[in-house]
Design a protein around this ligand. Structure first.
Ligand code: PEP
Ligand code: MG
Length: 596
């Protein structure tokens, strides 16, 4: 779309990572691949069409071969998948059938291929064998490769983008998002994705503005369009007029200044005016993010999401590979604690080489996290041994995700004890008194909290999943994102219950979900008596600053009032009425944030 043709377009989505960026759009998506044109080829041009198809397949084969050649030895298994793609590219079912259709029906190559792929996918989907079912993804992959060559579209190679741009995509997986290079990518927007999705969490970790769930952005925006991404408000402006540009440039500068001011004070302790001290910790996905935790004044790492070491590769990492990564983090942070969460795989972070289990209709309710680990004790023990080894180098805690019952905690602890015993036997040093905790992120764990408390040293409340499972809202689905309410009274009551259990049993109570990183929630956190809040490192300075301006005793009284409210809207209003003034004065923004 050129500025002369169309005026400014404003789209509203879900705010995933705050900040503002202004720049040129780069469509990383299935441009030209999703919508395939259909036309009849004149008889005299049939030969050319066949040649065009063959050339596209040949190019795709060369592309796959060159990736195979560049695949290092230790990723041989990945190369094997690519070898399968090579075979599929010339498979009779795909290749010959497409050529037949071009000849018989005189369809253009793109449409002929699309027709054949549709039939083949239909056939595979009916097969009972989960392995064959899973091959549908391979067929889609090779047909995309051919289509891209036919329509001349780019493939998604985020790591290779060499200009400063803003990404516009239909969807980005957590592993694609983690390939983003900060020097080049200013921000991104996607059609899909919901509140607290892992893609949004990574955007926050990277510190770039992001808006998700825009629905039609990748169809409306064209390459090189000038766009504004307002990650704080969840707004995308395409082809802005001059006034809008000026206004947003001003806001961008103001936002940068505000961040700089916050960061300057981030080393100050998170202590309320009446002397109550909280620990503000960082959530990390990759070892490199430790720097950001330290720079933003973190008191340790409250959540180290370890699954990213299992993504973007073709086999399971070894004990030593994991140990190396954990040790780096632990040594840099020592003597501050590092809470290593065991593998929380599947859900929205599926790993291709683990897909032998067959496709799951409801991954969020499926073989995820601790369930997967208990089913694969070898994979689990490899990780537990690596964590224990790392514990010899600093202050390590181990934390189990997605706990729903006492038996799961006991089983996980048994495997931890077995891993410790094997290291002991081998004479490998580790911390015998390693602190052990669980994530409270499923309603059954809240209900059973008093029983679970007997087994562990700490609870860490994972509000992202707790909200998802309590309110039955898929955290990655933009259609229901408006119903995702951290301040829903049901959530508040659960938090209150956990706080009481903690006071009674002495189990330590932390929070590491996104809810902990919102300064407006700080009065509630104080009222709950949480000892530690763990969040995206970039949220730490703002949350610490908020803590420093509040009185704990007042917050406790305030929380009692919150408990009497019966809707999220009322609770939100109560917070705004009681604390909005402090927030807007302190952070120089109106409470609703409109003036960012
Ligand atoms: C959570 O569920 O709140 C959490 C912190 O874990 P994750 O976002 O990785 O599921
Ligand atoms: Mg979770």
């Amino acid at each position: 779309m050129s500025p002369e043709q169309v005026g400014e377009i404003r789209l509203t989505g879900i705010s995933a990572s705050s900040g503002i960026c202004i720049g040129k759009a780069y469509l990383v998506d299935r441009d030209g691949v999703d919508v395939v044109k259909r036309y009849l080829v004149p008889k005299e041009r049939l030969n050319d069409e066949i040649k065009r198809f063959k050339a596209a397949v040949k190019k795709a084969m060369n592309e796959v071969r060159s990736v195979i050649d560049r695949t290092p030895e230790d990723l041989r298994e990945h190369a094997l998948i690519l070898e399968t793609h090579l075979v599929l590219l010339k498979d009779k079912m795909l290749y010959n059938r497409t050529l037949d259709i071009i000849e018989e029906k005189r369809f253009n190559a793109e449409w002929a291929l699309r027709t054949v792929v549709g039939n083949v996918k239909g056939m595979f989907a009916k097969m009972a064998d989960p392995y064959l079912k899973a091959r549908v993804a391979d067929i889609e992959h090779v047909s995309d490769l051919i289509l891209r060559n036919l329509v001349g579209a780019n493939s998604i190679k985020i790591a290779e983008i060499d200009k400063r741009v803003i990404l516009v995509a239909h969807d980005l997986s957590p592993s694609e998002t983690s390939q983003i290079q900060l020097e080049r990518i200013m921000g991104f927007v996607t059609d899909r994705g919901g509140k607290a999705s892992h893609t949004g969490i990574i955007a926050q970790a990277l510190g770039i503005p992001a808006v998700l769930g825009l629905d039609t952005a990748s169809r409306i925006v064209k390459n090189d369009d000038i766009i504004i991404v307002d990650g704080s408000e969840g707004v995308l402006i395409v082809n802005p007029d001059e006034q809008t540009l000026l206004r947003y440039e001003e806001r961008r500068i103001r936002y940068e200044r505000f961040r700089a001011a916050m960061t300057r004070d981030s080393h100050l302790p998170a202590e309320t005016v009446d002397g109550f001290r909280l620990k503000v910790m960082g959530n990390i996905e990759l070892p490199e993010e430790v720097v950001s935790v330290i720079d933003n004044g973190g008191d340790g790492i409250g959540l180290y999401r370890t699954e990213f070491q299992y993504l973007s590769r073709s086999d399971f990492p070894t004990e030593f590979e994991l140990y190396d990564k954990y040790r780096d983090v632990v040594e840099v942070m020592a003597p501050l604690p590092v809470t290593i969460r065991t593998l929380d795989i599947n859900g929205d972070k599926a790993v291709s080489y683990m897909s032998g289990e067959g496709e799951e209709a409801n991954p969020a309710l499926g073989l995820r996290a601790i369930r997967y680990c208990l089913k694969k004790p070898q994979v689990f023990k490899t990780q537990l041994r690596a964590i224990l080894r790392a514990s010899a180098h600093g202050n390590v805690r181990v934390m189990f995700p997605m706990i729903t019952s006492l038996s799961e905690v006991k089983a996980a602890k048994r495997l931890l004890a077995e891993s410790a015993a094997s290291l002991e036997k081998e004479g490998v040093p580790f911390n015998r008194g390693i602190e052990t905790g669980i994530m409270i992120e499923v309603p059954s764990a809240v209900v059973m909290a008093d029983v679970l408390a007997r087994e562990v040293d700490f609870f860490s409340i994972g509000t992202n999943d707790l909200i998802q499972y309590t309110l039955a809202i898929d955290r990655g689905n933009q259609e229901v994102a408006h119903l995702y309410h951290p301040l829903h009274p049901a959530i508040i009551r659960m938090l209150n219950h956990l706080s009481k259990v903690a006071a009674k049993t002495g189990v330590k109570l932390f929070m590491c979900g996104e809810m902990a990183g919102d300064p407006m929630n700080v009065p509630i956190m104080l009222g709950l008596g949480l000892e530690e809040l763990s969040m995206n490192p970039r949220s730490m300075p703002v949350v610490k600053s908020m803590i420093r301006s509040l009185n704990r005793e007042e917050a406790c009284a305030f929380f009692r009032k919150v408990l009497e409210e019966t809707s999220s809207a009322e609770i939100t209003r109560l917070i705004q009425d009681s604390y909005g003034g402090i927030v807007s004065k302190k952070f120089q923004v109106p409470v609703d944030g409109n003036e960012w």
